[in-house]
Write a new protein. Structure first.
Length: 367
């Protein structure tokens, strides 16, 4: 009888792995985010946001939202302006309030780019610039961009094992345009910082004051209208504030003269001093939506970015700026041989154990 119990125990232990539910949570880590390419993309002005986990619906599995954030933070900063991601890619046209609240609780503020309506507490970015995919890119649509708008262009390097070809002509044309090259979060927070800026005027001295930010430290821009000449501009520590070129297409600190006065871009939590050659009789100012007073802004949105090397390899020499929506991919399949071997072993073991049980019964019947 002891042999029978041992045999049953062996069968049970071998059957558990085969009958148990598949293990969930075997995920790849994209080391390109933290090595070589990730730092290069941050230096280019790119942003890293989240797109969840491959094959997992964020509305059905809300845990993916915080988990994707933690995964990304463990690999890279989200931007040169902030550490934690605040942009999240949504594949559907709507999300329920519970999912929206989970996004907010995890620190996300911006979602896109297929949602038709903005859930309360979130900013929606629309896909309004077609795609960079060859045969899908729409140059006429890009040419018709509205003033002070953010044009969001779709990009996905691979769909399953199929490599997507980029439209090189449209890319080259985009690189020649006088537009602000930015990201989802940078564009929105630049606008917020500009709107929060105020002026203090004493004689021929103007002080531009930008309050501290509770979010990323994204600079904001204002336009100051003057009827007198600017002698000099000083930064928070009394240093000469940098002058930027009218053709600059990426967000930087500084100032330049304009037809109406000056454009000024400064960090939150700082003050910038403008010295005039004489007191001005009329000084007004207003926030500038598009950096450097360009007509509009452009970002390329890398959807389902599971391998930064593959997604960015066609743009290593390009100045275009990307919003990368990082998706953690599922680990490679273990292949068909292992399950086959496991089943074979199970059948063979079962047959052997059946033989032992019968032998045990036969032996026992002799006494």
């Amino acid at each position: 009888m002891s042999g029978r119990y041992v045999s049953i125990a062996i069968v049970s232990m071998m059957a558990i792995p085969l009958l148990a539910s598949p293990v969930v949570g075997e995920w790849e880590t994209d080391t390109w985010l933290s090595n070589v390419i990730g730092p290069e993309r941050l230096a280019n002005g790119d942003e890293f946001g989240c797109h969840g986990y491959e094959g997992v619906s964020i509305t059905e599995q809300n845990w993916v939202i915080e988990s994707c954030k933690n995964y990304l933070v463990g690999q890279t900063n989200a931007s040169r302006w902030g550490e934690e991601p605040i942009s999240f890619g949504i594949n559907s046209e709507s999300i329920d309030q519970e999912t929206a609240q989970t996004l907010i609780n995890s620190g996300f503020q911006i979602v896109g780019d297929l949602l038709s309506d903005a859930p309360e507490g979130l900013i929606v970015v629309q896909r309004n610039g077609a795609s960079l995919e060859k045969g899908v890119a729409d140059k006429k649509l890009l040419e018709s961009a509205i003033e002070d708008s953010l044009v969001s262009i779709h990009w996905r390097a691979r769909i399953d094992d199929l490599r997507v070809r980029e439209d090189k002509d449209v890319i080259s044309w985009l690189e020649d345009q006088e537009v602000w090259l930015t990201t989802w979060a940078e564009w929105n927070l630049h606008k917020t910082s500009g709107e929060a800026t105020s002026l203090s005027i004493e004689g021929n001295v103007i002080t531009s004051i930008s309050p501290p930010s509770e979010e990323w430290e994204v600079p904001g821009s204002i336009s100051i209208q003057l009827d007198t000449k600017v002698i000099s501009v000083f930064g928070p520590d009394g240093e000469d504030f940098p002058v930027f070129d009218p053709g600059m297409k990426k967000l930087e600190l500084g100032w330049r003269e304009s037809e109406e006065g000056i454009l000024l871009t400064q960090l939150p939590g700082t003050s910038v001093t403008v010295i005039l050659d004489s007191p001005s009789e009329s000084i007004t100012f207003e926030p500038v939506v598009t950096f450097n007073d360009h007509h509009h802004s452009v970002t390329i949105v890398g959807h389902h970015t599971s391998n930064l090397f593959r997604w960015s390899s066609d743009f290593q020499d390009s100045e275009l700026v990307f919003t990368w929506l990082v998706e953690r991919s599922e680990s490679e399949s273990i292949g068909w041989m292992i399950p086959v071997i496991a089943v074979t072993v199970f059948i063979a073991a079962s047959a052997s154990i059946t033989y032992l049980l019968r032998k045990d019964e036969f032996t026992g019947s002799r006494f």
